[in-house]
Design a protein around this ligand. Structure first.
Ligand code: FRU
Length: 440
């Protein structure tokens, strides 16, 4: 047991399971002092199949305790992605005395169709009882599509009813319900794929100016309005949040109103009996930029407890910056905060053993291959907050206006470790932070 979570290629500060495959986070929920992270889990092997709902809990969004799996495959199918709510008003009739039921909405994926189901728990998600009249929605025939899945349920306060966003064929459908069991189809927005989300956020913190955000698995999102039944996109176009978040979901019932997201890290850990991980929890905010309101994503403040600053310098040449970083290039975990001023360069960035962690091309406004236009391109300044774990790298650009993740390549001794590049660039800020493992 001692060696559990201490294996050579176990991520130090990202959630991973003891054993087996994981993909999407499911049922993210806060209840009675506990954050719940359910997730797509194959407990038997490192491949995607036999989907269960795994389960972990945390008191601080950072340190997680893995519990036994919560949902097991049944005659309707394997347990695909979904969400969970606390039924404070006892709408489904499952509450026991003062204990409200936790109700999970999930997809059962059978050999010929995917149907929506619910299950309830009276012991904080440790054990679930499935609804005897499942499924609650069976819509394959209506959509003539095998892709009907991933229910995201939330309470719509102004209308005092439940809302479900569901991937159906080519987009996200809205359903409503009074009891979590009987659902009415309301509307559909095309252009999304898998793992729907829909939530309201203030712009620049102004609660009198809010917008609804709808997104799908790839992280592309639309801003719009929502009346409890219909989502109306305001700008008919997508904005790309990130290069590589997938199948993210946000927490329901956050105690302080923050909108906190966790995404699936599609990362392999060489030689390990587990595969995949959860990305860092990030707070989502809407902020005005020159392109209008944009979704920002940056690690939640709780993650700060993991990092200790060991070096903080300003106005460095790249040579000096590389010298300072060199001793850390093989660290198990590390965080690097930096600001680069491009001056005359049209491209610049940061390499780690030949891998381009930051790769900014000013001519084409591309960051690591994807479009990114900084808020103030004339300043030619770009900042990056870089989280390097055993097997992954997560990068947050310009305060979270843009973010992406990638696998961390193994060391290659023929190449330099850390290496800034770019013609006459200045490293105007460099901070190096050590990382504490979450498993100690
Ligand atoms: C997204 C996804 C979901 C599905 C789940 C199955 O990664 O394909 O649409 O519910 O994974 O594991």
């Amino acid at each position: 047991q001692d060696s559990l979570y201490k294996e050579k290629n176990r991520p130090q500060f990202h959630f991973t399971t003891r054993r087996g495959w994981i993909n999407d986070p499911n049922g993210l929920l806060f209840y009675e002092g506990e954050y719940h992270l359910f997730y797509q889990h194959n407990p038997y092997e490192n491949e995607w199949e036999n989907m269960h709902w795994g389960h972990a809990v945390s008191k601080d969004l950072v340190h997680w305790t893995e519990l036994p799996d919560a949902l097991y495959p049944d005659e309707l199918g394997t347990m695909f992605s979904g969400s969970a709510v606390i039924d404070y008003n006892n709408t489904a009739g499952y509450n026991k005395g003062k204990t409200p039921a936790m109700v999970a909405a999930y997809t059962a994926a059978g050999p010929d169709k995917q149907v929506q189901c619910i299950a309830y728990s009276l012991d904080k998600g440790r054990t679930f009882t499935k609804y005897e009249s499942n499924p609650i929605i069976d819509s394959k025939a209506k959509w003539n599509s095998p892709d009907t899945r991933d229910p995201k349920v939330f309470w719509y306060k102004p209308g005092k009813h439940w809302v479900m966003v569901l991937n159906e064929r080519d987009g996200h459908s809205i359903y409503t319900s009074n009891d979590l069991k009987k659902w009415n189809y309301e509307s559909h927005v095309t252009g999304f794929w898998e793992c729907p989300e829909l939530f309201e956020l203030p712009v620049d913190g102004d609660i009198n100016n809010t917008k609804w955000v709808m997104y799908g698995a790839s992280g592309t999102y639309m801003l719009g309005s929502f009346d409890g039944k219909v989502f109306k996109p305001e700008a008919g176009k997508y904005v790309y949040t990130t290069g590589s978040v997938y199948a993210a979901q946000t927490f329901t019932d956050m105690p302080d109103g923050r909108r906190v997201q966790i995404g699936w890290g599609q990362i392999t850990h060489p030689g390990m009996p587990f595969r995949g991980m959860m990305q860092l929890p990030t707070e989502l905010t809407l902020r005005n930029t020159k392109e209008g309101p944009r979704l920002f994503s940056r690690p939640v403040k709780e993650t700060e407890q993991l990092f200790t600053s060991v070096r903080k310098e300003t106005n460095l040449t790249t040579e000096r910056a590389n010298q300072l970083l060199a001793p850390y290039s093989e660290a198990d975990g590390l965080r690097v905060k930096t600001t680069i001023k491009l001056s005359h360069a049209t491209s610049a960035g940061l390499n780690l053993f030949g891998q381009r962690i930051v790769d900014y091309d000013l001519n084409y406004n591309k960051l690591n291959g994807l479009f990114y236009s900084p808020n103030d391109p004339t300043s030619m300044v770009i900042s990056a907050d870089i989280y390097i774990d055993k097997t992954s790298v997560e990068v947050f650009i310009d305060g979270g206006a843009y973010s992406y993740s990638m696998p961390r390549k193994a060391e290659d001794n023929n190449k330099e470790g850390f290496h800034f590049w770019g013609n006459n660039i200045e490293v105007t800020d460099l901070e190096i932070l050590n990382v504490r493992s979450i498993w100690n």
